[in-house]
Design a protein around this ligand. Sequence first.
Ligand code: AMP
Length: 218
Amino acid sequence: MIIVLLGAPGAGKGTQAKKISKKFNIPHISTGDILRSEIKKNTPLGRKVIEFVRSGRLVPDDIIIKIIKKEITNNRGNFKNGFLMDGFPRNLKQARLFLNLLRELGLKLDRVINITVDRNEIIKRLGSRRVCSRCKKVYKYDDVKDMEDKVCRECRGELKKRSDDSIDVIKKRLDVYEDETKPLIEYYNKEGLLLDVDGKGSEKKVTERIFIGLDDSM
Ligand code: AMP
């Protein structure tokens, strides 16, 4: 099964992606994680994209498409059950290029899950979230407020704020989402691929809604 996860930054795409990927045994491809890893390793690609990521703007489409092509073509053996895209496509051009790439490879997109959360809730969530610097587990404000040591409960990695989770950059990322990514909802709706899921409530509740929605639509 090939799935795209849509939703504003902070809607819970990364967290839900892990659950979906486990349930269907499909790899999770996160363009944000790939870019952050290149930046951390200070590779030529990392140096090219760092300013875009830091400021909350979209990395140019040609760079992103190259990354996606490489991921899919190099890992075809691991993708026999399909894969899950988190953070890609982010605009109509990327969506069209993705469609062409899938066609070239003889594949097709099965479902687009759109996780919806309102803007105020997102600003609250992103401003207080912390991420494990080692295993990337995401912690919400309620999870960390009483932790004295601020280390990950699963791997003891240090919990950090993402550099693009500052209030100005959060607002910029939300504006970019509204202008460039939101039109994808209509685009995929017209294709009959869209599954809207309410992203409010606990992680568990949202996961349940996603699984029920996927079951109903298959
Ligand atoms: P994310 O972790 O998905 O919120 O992505 C973090 C940042 O990486 C975004 O704010 C963009 O700067 C960049 N990014 C991630 N995915 C894409 C994409 N598909 N197209 C352009 N830029 C992206």
